[in-house]
Design a protein around this ligand. Structure first.
Ligand SMILES: [Zn+2]
Length: 99
């Protein structure tokens, strides 16, 4: 039997896939609804979203972030800036320099 967190993980991943489909179709409301839902499931089941998913949505307006569609990615020397097209929120990540 699947554990609670495994079920949560499965549902969340499915929701992110659906959110992406809706975003590509231009259904912003649905995209946001799916992201909100997956965050809720995560909280309820105490499942921490993996890094790669955490970076995929805007915390402020719950839109899925896809470069060129809903956000702009800018690389600077030490950071990655991801700017949401809908609320202008900027997520900033630093990344380690190689070598
Ligand atoms: Zn946003």
């Amino acid at each position: 039997m699947l554990s609670k967190t495994e079920i949560a993980e499965k549902r969340i991943k499915k929701l992110f896939t659906l959110a992406e489909e809706e975003l590509r179709k231009g259904n912003l409301d649905r995209t946001k609804r799916y992201i909100r839902l997956s965050r809720k499931i995560g909280m309820k089941c105490q499942y921490t979203l993996p890094k790669e998913l955490k970076r995929k949505f805007c915390k402020k307006c719950n839109i899925l972030l896809i470069p060129g569609i809903s956000c702009r990615v800018k690389l600077s020397e030490k950071t990655i800036d991801i700017k949401c097209f809908y609320c202008n929120n900027i997520k900033r990540y630093s990344y380690g320099k190689k070598n």
